[in-house]
Ligand binder design. Structure first.
Ligand code: ZN
Length: 134
């Protein structure tokens, strides 16, 4: 699959601004970007620590995946994202290895990355994202 590193951790939060304040003022890491991803019904905020990022996710809709996640499990780590060379290739390999896919083909995620999700039922309970740069 050619995983090179953890690209980011996705963290579901109830209130993006409160969460940004915590990361910036308490942990002292700088939010370098915010972005709304309309088809995912989320607002995101990004922090970089070494090669890895933190992606905070606030739902923009009560029916969105992040709202549903928080309803079930509360705020917290939502997914782990691995950087790969080619998301579509990696999705195909995962499927060949018996992994249930959420995305059969990559789609556009935040920061213009090609992303695809593996189903947590096939990944030891952790929602897993694969992502690559164009
Ligand atoms: Zn992500």
């Amino acid at each position: 699959m050619d995983i090179s590193h953890i690209e980011h951790l996705g963290i579901a939060v109830e209130n993006l601004q409160n969460a940004i304040d915590f990361y910036e003022n308490t942990l002292g890491i700088h939010c370098y970007a915010t972005e709304e991803v309309k088809d995912q019904h989320v607002k995101t905020a990004f922090f970089k620590i070494g090669d890895t990022k933190i992606e905070l996710l606030e739902s923009t809709s009560p029916d969105g995946p992040i709202a549903k996640f928080i309803e079930k499990k509360g705020q917290g780590i939502h997914h782990i994202a691995f950087a790969v060379k080619d998301t579509n290739k990696a999705l195909k390999i995962a499927e060949q290895r018996g992994v249930k896919l959420i995305d059969k083909k990559s789609r556009k995620g935040a920061e213009g990355l090609d992303i695809g999700f593996l189903h947590p039922k096939s990944t030891q309970g952790v929602l897993t994202e694969l992502c690559s740069k164009k």
